[in-house]
Unconditional design. Sequence first.
Lengths: 269, 275
Amino acid sequence: MVRPAVAIEFDEIGLTFTSASAAPTVALEAVSCRFEAGQVTAIIGPSGCGKTTLLQIARGFLQPTRGRLQFVEPTERRLADRPPMATVWQAFNLFPWLTVLDNVAFGLDLAGVPRAERNARARRAIAAVDLAGFEDRYPRQLSGGMRQRVGLARALVMEPEVLLLDEPFGALDAQTRLILQEQLARLVETSGTTAILVTHSIEEAILLADVILVMTARPGRVAARIEVDLPRPRSVATTHDPGFAVLFDRIYGLLRDEVMRSMVSGEGG
Amino acid sequence: MRRPPRLEEDTAALPPPEPARSRRSPLDDPRVLGWGSIALVLIVWELAARLSAVSPLYLPRPSQIVAALVAMFASGGLALDLGITLWRIFAGFAIALVFGVLLGLWIATSFRARAVADMFIAALYPLPKVTLIPLLIIWLGTGGPFMLTISFLGAIFPVVINTVLGVSQCDPGLVLAARDLGATPRQIMRRVLLPSAIPSIFAGVRLGLGVSIILVVAAEMVVGKTGLGARLYLAGQILETEQVFAVLLVLAALGIIVTKVQDAIDVALGKWRAE
């Protein structure tokens, strides 16, 4: 796999939704941050702080109303094109009328990859998320955790340079979540892809990320940038590491203030 | 595009009620009940007609009707009339299906098309289509084009309306996921919006085909020299009551076949919705 070489830079990015009937909503005020190539960056913050909005801006699905989004090749010190990206969604967003195999092969099919090759690649991706044998099932026949593994395979099969994870385990129960976090940590480590993870879970952020950005309540800004220097590979055992507790407390302290603030201003959720 | 709130995907969808393993009596079997009640009605009818003095001119016996039916098929060209009627229904319906789905996709995805179409649909949909028969005869005469048009008009509105409905109810998350995987607007339409609308389109097909059948038979009764409707009308004119019933029987059988075929297609299309 090609090492991703492009960093994503947010320079004073803001987004204000205007509507004819209501006062404009400031989703993001002025966010400046950098997502390093090959690293996992977690974004954590209170509900409604614009975490998902930030992800959509990086993906190019939302246009910021101020500031600049840049893709930079750090070694060459020059701007690059948007690298190939793929998203894993909180609501899975699998196509219910397609089998697991066809869901995973969907993106390759759109790109015109011949059937034999796309099916072979899809089968490898399905095996990588431990779903071999379920290729012909429909999403409805799978549990939530299995559905999200299909979602993960569907994104990874595209061999993205940037993987966008939008609260990928938010809809899952606690046990499934732990297992998938470990699996994702392993997949991301081995693929070497750049990843941006939006999450509510401090634990998830520490387990998966190299860098954690803590956001303020709406309007969203980056309140703190925290490097996670715990050794890899990480697993549930990592949560017993003294370093884990220190990081957890620090992030919790920052978040608690923000959540309280958002509750007082009536925008918490 | 209208985006109604969607229910969260329910992982805990209950399985359909399990049919009871052991039945207490054959009367619990819907097939037995369905066919049995029809047989019972026929028997009572046959006996009542034989035992009472009602003239067969008013109420022929089922056995006489079956005899008339066999005779009409054997020598009376009823098979040809059936074929002609089926052709008129399905040719017009097929055009309406293709055209209606394309039009529905366009209306559902274009703000302007929708604004224009809303007015036309509001004006034309509630209009009983049989009222268009006189006008269509003035324009088209009573031949093939007229029959195709009347069948087309019967099916087009339910198909368009249900296509628009189905596309509008498509989960926006699926569209986003397809965009994320690199789909062009065309690919989104063909690979996401259309398949997600298929259950709704099929509901429209059911309604539309029903209206097409009604309209074609009604039009045949008004103008036709051939077709089941014409057969029915002519038999009534000369008081051949068994023949009237025989044609009604063919129409009823057609209704059953169409409904059952649609049920089967529904099951095949709905594989991914089950469980």
